[in-house]
Design a protein around this ligand. Structure first.
Ligand code: ZN
Length: 285
């Protein structure tokens, strides 16, 4: 009797649990969605407020490059972005420049990231480190890589032992590609590139000074042809940008502006609303 009672209690305990539907997975977020959405590439919105459908993955290693921090799964982008990285890799192979180290591109469907960037949302951005490596990095170092600062210790000028003709050659290769809109680099590195550039200087216009970017440069592609939902970045002023504008970036006033920016960044800001099409892309197949 006792045994039957025990079985009945066990069945009663197990019953309702067995009848419950399996626990629904948490709704996908931009940083947890497993794979790109199906279909052709669609770049939506701005690089700091957008997303991408039909993104492709950059292979984690290829001729002339390796992808850093693969655990973050930020190696997705528009096919043009992937091709550009592969072009840079060929430059490294042909020139005997070792391996390039590729930082963040975008998440599988783009969108905001929980850390590190405001941009990189629409599959048109890629960070490439200035540090190159002669031998491939192992898994542990790829997961937690060590960057190399291109500036002197005072931060006001490029370190000529690290930032030289090879680095300028790579920036020029990227800046002269028709699909590239701009490259963000530290103002001191732009100044060094301005001083070192020979012959055609028109490409220097696409080299835009920005805070940080002393260990990596950030390439942003222009909206690819036919991508009508893609919003381009602000227009670049005429000229090579090596004159007074660049001087401002290296002034005390710019240091104060940076401090104000950092203070503003500490204030909680409401999340930006993405274009409505992005919600469909996040939830879609
Ligand atoms: Zn970046």
């Amino acid at each position: 009797m006792r045994r039957i009672l025990a079985l009945l209690v066990a069945a009663w305990l197990a019953g309702p649990a067995a009848a419950q539907p399996p626990k629904a997975p948490p709704p996908a977020s931009w940083s947890t969605v497993a794979k790109p959405s199906a279909g052709l590439p669609r770049v939506i919105g701005k690089t700091a407020q957008g997303c991408i459908a039909g993104a492709v993955a950059l292979p984690l290693s290829g001729p002339g490059y390796q992808v850093l921090r693969p655990q973050n799964r930020r190696y997705f982008g528009h096919p043009d972005t992937v091709r550009l990285v592969e072009t840079m890799g060929r430059w490294a192979v042909l020139g005997g420049h070792g391996l390039l180290l590729v930082g963040d591109m975008a998440q599988p469907r783009g969108g905001p990231m929980p850390s590190s960037h405001a941009s990189h949302q629409s599959g048109l951005d890629v960070d490439v480190w200035f540090r190159r490596t002669a031998a491939p990095l192992g898994a542990a170092e790829l997961a937690q890589p060590i960057a190399l600062d291109m500036l002197r210790p005072d931060g006001r000028a490029a370190d000529p032992a690290r930032f030289g003709a090879v680095e300028v050659d790579l920036l020029k290769l990227v800046a002269t590609r028709p699909e590239v809109e701009r490259i963000l680099v530290n103002p001191a590195l732009k100044r060094a590139a301005c001083a070192m550039a020979t012959g055609d200087r028109s490409w220097l216009r696409r080299l835009r000074p920005w805070w940080g970017h002393n260990m990596h440069f950030h390439v942003r592609l222009a909206c690819p042809a036919g991508q009508t939902e893609c919003e381009p970045g602000p227009a670049i002023p005429p000229g090579d940008g090596c004159g007074p504008d660049l001087d401002w970036w290296l002034s005390d006033e710019a240091v104060e502006a940076l401090q104000r920016r950092l203070e503003a960044a500490r204030q909680p800001a409401p999340p930006k609303t993405l274009p409505p099409a992005c919600q469909e892309i996040l939830r879609g197949r």
